[in-house]
Design a protein around this ligand. Structure first.
Ligand code: RB5
Length: 141
């Protein structure tokens, strides 16, 4: 499966950890984030990842310092459902209830190891079809 990943300057190190994990688990990774710590604007990366995820019906990961700004940016793209998660349970529920297609992470808020665990949970938790109508409403807003 193709995974789109994008980040600002705050998320470079976390992005590299996640890319390594994804590749070693057989995912095809498309890196559209910045790769150095020169200051950039997170809205550009959130939007780009969300557009690709919606176009390709795939999954994405977006990372900034808190995960807040880049998740706001991603959610402005129609069809994007970005969930900012800091721990296991909300990550599980973001998939089961909201059919989140983008995981947003805060590189200054959680450790890289935890982020990798959340990515693993996110990619391996299935949407529960009983929540379909609500997700449809989100798509039509
Ligand atoms: C960049 O300094 C920081 O504002 C950004 O990474 C993010 O946390 C915004 O929400």
């Amino acid at each position: 499966m193709k995974i789109y990943i994008g980040n600002d300057h705050a998320g470079v190190d976390m992005k590299n950890h996640i890319v390594k994990y994804l590749k070693s688990n057989g995912y095809e990774v498309i890196n559209i984030g910045t790769d150095n710590e020169d200051s950039v604007d997170y809205p550009d990366f959130g939007k780009e990842v969300a557009k690709k995820v919606v176009e390709n019906k795939s999954f994405g990961i977006v990372i900034c310092g808190t995960g807040i700004g880049i998740s706001i940016a991603a959610n402005k793209v129609k069809g994007a459902r970005a969930a900012l998660c800091y721990e296991d349970q909300t990550t599980i529920l973001a998939r089961q209830h909201n059919n989140a297609n983008i995981l947003a992470l805060g590189a200054r808020m959680i450790a890289n190891e935890k982020a990798v665990r959340l990515v693993d949970i996110f990619l391996n938790t299935k949407f529960e079809e009983r929540h379909k109508n609500r997700v449809e409403k989100l798509n039509n807003q």
